[in-house]
Design a binder for this molecule. Sequence first.
Ligand SMILES: [Zn+2]
Ligand SMILES: [Zn+2]
Length: 273
Amino acid sequence: MALLDFVVRPEGARPPLAAVAGAPYLAWLVAELLLSHLIWMPRWGYWGFALHLVVAGLDIVADGLLSNSFGYNVLWLRANGFSDAQTAATVLFNLVASQSLGFLVTYFLWTEPFPPETLARVFTWPVLVALLTNMAIGEVLFTLAHRYLHQHQPELHRMHHCCRRASWSTNLIFHPVDLALEFAGPVASILATHYLLWKQDQLVLVVSYLVLQTWYALDHDEYLRLYHYAHHLSVDAVYTIYIKVRDDPSRDLVRKILIKPAALAAPASFQKQ
Ligand SMILES: [Zn+2]
Ligand SMILES: [Zn+2]
C-alpha cells in the first residue's frame, strides 16, 4: 500500500468528508489564514507559527478526504515519476518554507498594533495606491517567472502541473525551486518597496502580504474555480495571477512533457477497481 493511497479513489466515489466540501471548507481556510496571520503568529510568536503549521498540514490531509481531486493528481504525479514519499516530503518542506515568510512579516516586521484609526487608513488613497503598486509589481514578476518556467524550464514546473484538477493541496505541490522562482519576486518586491518606497509603513506591508498570500492560495481552490483553475485543467497559456492575459500557447513546453496515467487511459477498468 502506497503512502497516499488514502486519497486515491475511483472516479465518482463519495469522499469520506464530502459533507464539508465546498463553502464550509473554503470558509474555514480563509478564517484559518486570517487567524494565523493576524492573531496566532503576531501574538504568540513561535507557538503561533507551530500551531499554524499543524493546522495548515491537517487542512491538506482534509483536502484529500473531502474531494477526489488530490487523489486524481496523485495518479498524475506517480505517472510522471514522483513517488508518494517525494510528494509528501515536498508538501511538508514547502509548507514550512512558504509559511516562514508569513511568520517573518507578521511576527518580526509587524511590531506596532493597529488601532481602528490605523486600520481605517486602508481606505485612503495613499495606502490604496501603495497596495495596487505592490500588486502590479508582483503580477509582472510572477508572470515573467511563470512564463519562463513554461517556455524554458518545463521539468521544474512538471510537478505543479501534475495537479490537473487544482485543489487546496496544489498550493504546496511544487518543485521547491519552482516555488522559489514564482514567489520570490512578489514577496521580495513587497519587502523591497517597504523600505524603498513606502517609508516602512507597516499597514501597507501587512495588508500587501495578506492580499498576496490569500489570492495565491485561493486561486487553486476547486470550489471558487478562479481562472488559474483552468490553467491547471487544460494547461493553458494564462501565466498571470491577478488579471487574465493569454500568452502564446505554441511556445508552452509543459503540456508536451506531461505523461497521462495509464489508469486514466482506460477509464472503464479503472472504475471497476
Ligand atoms: Zn503553470
Ligand atoms: Zn498553480
